[in-house]
Design a protein around this ligand. Sequence first.
Ligand SMILES: [Zn+2]
Length: 186
Amino acid sequence: MVFKNRHQDRRGDKNPRAKFSESDAAYIISEIAKGRQQNSLAKELGVSQPTISDICRGHSWKHLARPWKAERADATRRKTMTPARRKRVLSVTGGCCAACGADVTNASWVADHILPLELSGADEFSNLQALCVPCNKLKTAVDARDIGKMRRRAKKDSEPRKESGLKSRGFSKALKKKFDGTVVRR
Ligand SMILES: [Zn+2]
């Protein structure tokens, strides 16, 4: 049982009571950051809404970053996704997923930023689309890859270009190595 080793790391999925893997928890956090409803996520993952709420509020998975905590300082970036705004986003595609066309009027769907905010996409209706849950999962993965690429590029650009200290001086043409291993002048 777990009574021994009280000091062991029990964060996240090392916790024997964890309901999710770390990547699941990260997915939940990214979805909530996008304005996804806790109930809809709970339904997708087959857990209770309070479980999702615990993750959002940092009661579980404390070590994962909550993007909205950083964003609160810059509240103009992301407007609150009110039911009225969601309704308007969905009306653009006539109640269907913008990617696969599935009717989502009676299903879970996500208001997705076509160009992610992290990639300087606007928080406007022209940059919002309704996505069904599977399409959104794919899009989130693609967005995460693009954002990672952008961050790595930005980091590289901000660092001074390092001059390599190890410069090859090439082979000396004045010397040659004989078959027996001795080096002699040409
Ligand atoms: Zn879809």
